[in-house]
Design a protein around this ligand. Sequence first.
Ligand SMILES: O=C(O)CCC(=O)C(=O)O
Ligand SMILES: [Fe+2]
Ligand SMILES: [Zn+2]
Length: 615
Amino acid sequence: MHVEETQQKVNKAKKADKKQRRCLAIIKNDCEVSPSDEPTTYLAILNVGLSNGLTEECLLMEAAATGGKVIQVVMLPGKSYCFLICASLEDSQHIYEGMHNISTIGQQGAVAYLSYVKQLPANAGKSEWNKPLPNGLHVIADFVSEEEESTLLRAIGGDGRTSEVTGTLKHRNVKHFGFEFLYGSNNVDPSKPLEQSIPSACDILWPRLDNFASTWDWSSPDQLTVNEYEPGHGIPPHVDTHSAFLDPILSLSLQSDVVMDFRRGDDQVQVRLPRRSLLIMSGEARYDWTHGIRPKHIDVVPSASGGLTTQARGKRTSLTFRRLRNGPCDCSYPALCDTQQTKVPQELTASLVAQAVTLEQQNVHEVYDKIADHFSETRHTPWPQVAEFLDSFEPQSVVLDIGCGNGKYLGCNPLLLAVGCDRAQGLLAVGRRKRQNVFRCDCLNVPVRSSSIDGCISIAVIHHLATKERRLSALQEMARVLRPGGRALVYVWAKDQRKNDKKSTYLRQNKAVNKERTTEQQQRQRQHQELEQQLPNNNPLPIHTNRTEFQQQDVLVPWKTKDEQKTTYLRYYHVFEEQELENLVSQLQEVQLIKSYYDQGNHCAIFEKISKNSL
Ligand SMILES: O=C(O)CCC(=O)C(=O)O
Ligand SMILES: [Fe+2]
Ligand SMILES: [Zn+2]
């Protein structure tokens, strides 16, 4: 018994040593901070930091419990470590002994490993938060009371009552009053007022703006957009269309604090929007800066002591009040002005395509190239209904697998001439080793003669394309290479991972739900938040939690490697709604939908090229 316990202790210490060494290597590499064998007043707290939701308060409480006195906490954005400056060597030693390999802190209760260090990072204490606000931006704290907050939420149907004007956007729920904001054109139709105007409960707000009234030409708004954000949701950087709305624009934050990013060129300012505060965007802030909210669960915000800390988001409802302009905009900020826009629409389209291409390059192609071997190991069993489709062809038919990956379908029916193509070199190499007929190409440009082949399949490919036009082009490319009478099968990942209340294999493999619930789930959450903190500022896409239902259609799906590093890569997916694939197929030329079905979390369609005679 005793021996066993001692052994356990030894193992725990060994594990801590290893973890500590690994973390120290990271901080040495990140910020040139070296460990000290002798006690110093600088302590590195390893394995927990802003990136996994540690708050300054929590760390200070934990340190205080050891009896050691802390002078300053130094947290760095995006990092899973932080530092303490202790009052004396003695204090430092108390904290080391009381916390190293003992304390479990941060959002997910990770074990803290401590180390004395010789110095602090050079950039310690430099904060992004000392910048001045954009001109014309005001945040008025406590603009409404808690009771008024409840009243307003009730008035807009936030407490569960449904409103007639409800829509679901990709990343949040919206509701409109007065006039509908049309997301397709980013504009309103002034000739179509909604039945529901702005609820009268909002009238309490306007007299409170009298203090500011001299600053702008102010009268009460006629359009209200309600945004509901669950934690992890956001809104991409944008400017509210100049020609649609006047100056100023108001936004009341309810239920939760959040951080909003303002950007102009390379300038970026983060602004805290406390719960029950009013944001006023006027002048430059309304016209010349974009605003957006990153899709995250946790914000990094200034701490009480002037450093940084984290703050978990709750569900947030915002009320954005605007006034219709009914005419062209003549502002003096042409850069983002749609009326004075010098960019022709074609250029705009080109920049959207460029964004899609970059996303696919970074979050599809580069990732598959890196994970090829591991990915391939997980893909060996052909799906029965795909095999059945391949078996439906006459012997000697020519069938092309576009996006063949490791080529698992190429040998399915040995009576066919099966050829595969893919973009990922790494995956093609696996097929080549198996002596398969494979070549490298992009699914939007298949170097195969038109109307030349009997069949093709595209299994789990076009959901990696980032615009509807590109997904459609990929399908059209399949139709092009098919001979009249030739047939194609397409599989795409479905947003809905349940059919008739039955979970797909993808959801069923959620070990976290089945057993070891807490640790698995905690680990996943922790990893999720670390990844969120590392995303670039302009990334509008949320990170999907694996083995859970999809919250929206465009997401980044993590892939964790098996090696020592356990690197996580993010793959871009557009998961399909019901009927979306059928809709695309209906837009194809010379094609007819034969059959569509749902198979294990995928939407699937078989289409046939119509022979010229039957047209
Ligand atoms: O949620 C917010 O505060 C801002 C919403 C917004 O920018 C918009 O709907 O245009
Ligand atoms: Fe906006
Ligand atoms: Zn303008």
